[in-house]
Design a protein around this ligand. Structure first.
Ligand SMILES: Cc1cc2nc3c(=O)[nH]c(=O)nc-3n(C[C@H](O)[C@H](O)[C@H](O)COP(=O)(O)O)c2cc1C
Length: 222
């Protein structure tokens, strides 16, 4: 796979087959992903890689907590409180397109909630990753973490695997922390579902848009 092919074929997958993912592939992906650059070579990432009982255990505890508790406060603001345009419209659009793909209407709150709750089953993927970063880290290191995470997603493509990065897990940070025994110094950034796509699932037909080059690049002196 060329880099452009890995990038071009990566998209968020939200329904997976239960086909197992070999441990050695997960180890290989994470080893190579750690070649990501980071300011001062800090390598400020931590990953909790979950499979089998460990994955199912987390899913079960979050499901149980969800049934009788409101979410834990996320440890960071997932979005700015007031999201201005163009960001607001982009967020709205992808939401509308996603629910349209599965025929869930605008006013179908239960349908939307049900789809959202699938996040907490890693969308059926057999491997779940939880990414954390030391609380003391600053914007630069969060960016480093992002590069590492993108590497994981692109390398997954090389192995025929698909992914969905999932900030949704951040709303259950206390539950995850307690269950996985994550040290207090680490902040839970996001999860990621890793597995083989269910190609027949309607939700996986979603293709997201991107802004035109002119909207985000200022070419000077070309
Ligand atoms: C850090 C991060 C967190 C995300 N969290 C979620 C999530 O919790 N649930 C979800 O369904 N999608 C999540 N997404 C996927 C985005 O919605 C998706 O990347 C975006 O709409 C572009 O679509 P694409 O990934 O298919 O190209 C997340 C993406 C990123 C990068």
């Amino acid at each position: 796979l060329k880099v452009s092919e890995a990038i071009g074929s990566r998209k968020s997958i939200r329904a997976f087959l239960d086909t197992p993912v070999e441990e050695k592939i997960v180890r290989q992906i994470l080893t190579v992903a750690a070649r990501a650059p980071s300011g001062g070579n800090l390598q400020p990432w931590h990953v909790y890689a979950l499979c089998g009982e460990a994955r199912d255990g987390l899913v079960a505890i979050v499901k149980k907590t969800m049934a009788d508790q409101t979410p834990d406060a996320p440890e960071y603001e997932i979005y700015p409180k007031k999201l201005p345009d163009p960001y607001r419209s982009r967020r709205y659009k992808v939401g509308e397109d996603m629910y349209a793909a599965i025929d869930v209407g605008r006013d179908d709150k239960a349908g939307r909630a049900k789809q959202f709750s699938r996040n907490f089953d890693f969308f059926g993927a057999p491997v779940g990753l939880i990414f954390t970063i030391d609380r003391i880290m600053q914007q630069g290191q969060w960016s480093d973490l992002g590069m590492f995470i993108e590497n994981v997603m692109l390398l997954a493509r090389e192995h025929g695997l698909e992914t969905c990065p999932q900030e949704a897990w951040a709303i259950w940070s206390n539950t995850i922390r307690n269950h996985l025994d994550i040290p207090d110094e680490q902040m839970i950034f996001c999860g990621m579902a890793v597995g083989y796509a269910d190609k027949d699932a309607a939700i996986n037909s979603l293709e997201t848009e991107r802004a035109a080059l002119e909207e985000f690049v200022s070419f000077r002196g070309f």
